[in-house]
Design a protein around this ligand. Structure first.
Ligand SMILES: [Zn+2]
Length: 364
């Protein structure tokens, strides 16, 4: 029998994505079935299935026999993919949706993974129309089982495209939950099929920070430095050869450091600095915008402000223009005051696989 999922409320059933178990097995799409829905020749437009069915045996049956040669039921209709713009513009809430998208940034928070995704439909929008975001956060809940291939792809510091199948759209968010499936899309494979191209050719654009920017999203920001959070500013020495950030104080020689990775005394350690600044942003007036800067931005900001001893003059930083910086939105508060907490990030880009300074043994 068919067991309907609880979150589904719609009755209009046109097709059902039937799935068994965790749904991690590769179910091949029935040839032509998706094309027939999309074909302009077809007169009756079939709305895409917006929920999935779980096919299971009735408890009283006890056991079911699997028919080996017919793995996919004739009742099965693959989920119809839509572009992200269509999904965001539709009013369907608490429904399942499927789409192709590229992950441009990811972040783990407790047991959830937040994936910032985009596709051509969001990137190609006119600057001043629609009000839709250029990127969308997708929350991968712990209940969503990721295949080993997907886990490995996400572990690489490179952008990957995925088919997000049967994700749940609820309360303004897209969430991968139980029975949502992520499938890695390999470049060049499947492009000739019905899969819409999600290949983005130009660099990904982000929305600039504004009044609708939400927490756990990404945005770009530019502005003038109006303050430095001196209570959180600190610096630490790193190895000038390998980038090791955990130097040890050399015994006997106060002030000198040694690097455990290089097994040597570090004569001229490179200082790294943690710095948060407050910005005056034209796109977000009347709002306190605090940005935790990346090392590259810290270095560039302090280039002319640093003193001989490694400290710096706050005064010489104030008034400096920074941006556009790509940022992850860590917090947004409106009461008692309007505040946004940002962290400068590096988007995943092809060809720049790692931001670490340490060369791997193969490179040495
Ligand atoms: Zn070292």
């Amino acid at each position: 029998f068919f067991e309907r999922e609880r979150e589904r409320e719609r009755e209009s059933i046109s097709g059902a994505g039937a799935e068994r178990g965790g749904g991690t097995q590769n179910v091949k799409q029935a040839p032509g079935s998706e094309l027939s829905v999309r074909s302009p020749m077809q007169e009756t437009r079939v709305p895409p299935p917006s929920f999935c069915y779980i096919l299971s045996a009735h408890p009283s049956v006890g056991q079911i026999d699997v028919i080996e040669e017919d793995r996919i039921s004739k009742l099965y209709q693959p989920p119809v993919t839509r572009c992200l713009r269509e999904i965001l513009q539709s009013d369907d809430h608490s429904t399942r949706c499927s789409f192709y998208a590229r992950v441009i940034y990811q972040r783990s928070q407790q047991r959830e993974i937040w994936l910032m995704v985009t596709d051509v439909s969001l990137q190609m929008q006119d600057e001043n129309n629609s009000g839709l975001p250029k990127t969308v956060p997708v929350c991968v809940a712990p209940s969503c089982v990721l295949s080993q291939e997907v886990v490995e792809a996400l572990a690489e510091a490179a952008p990957h495209s995925f088919l997000f199948r049967d994700t749940l759209r609820a309360q303004g968010q897209i969430v991968c939950v139980e029975r949502s499936v992520l499938l890695l899309q390999k470049p060049l494979v499947g492009m000739a099929s019905s899969a819409p191209s999600c290949e983005l050719t130009s660099p990904v654009k982000l929305n600039e920070l504004d009044s609708v920017t939400q927490v756990n999203s990404v945005c770009s920001v530019q502005g003038t430095v109006v303050g430095v959070d001196e209570s959180t500013a600190f610096s630490w020495p790193t190895c000038d050869l390998c980038g090791n950030e955990r130097l040890e104080q050399s015994p006997g020689d106060r002030g000198a450091f040694s690097c455990g990775d290089c097994s040597r005394v570090v004569i001229s350690p490179l200082p790294r600095k943690h710095l948060q600044v407050f910005l005056d942003c034209p796109s977000r007036p009347q709002c306190t915008v605090r940005v935790k800067l990346s090392q590259a931005s810290v270095s560039s900001l302090l280039r002319f402000a640093a003193c001989e001893d490694g400290s710096y003059e706050v005064q010489s930083v104030l008034g400096k223009e920074v941006g556009l910086l790509n940022c992850f939105v860590r917090s947004v508060t409106t009461h008692p005051a309007s505040c946004v907490g940002l962290e400068e990030i590096k988007l995943l880009t092809a060809g720049r696989a790692s931001s670490r300074h340490c060369p791997s043994p193969q490179e040495l």
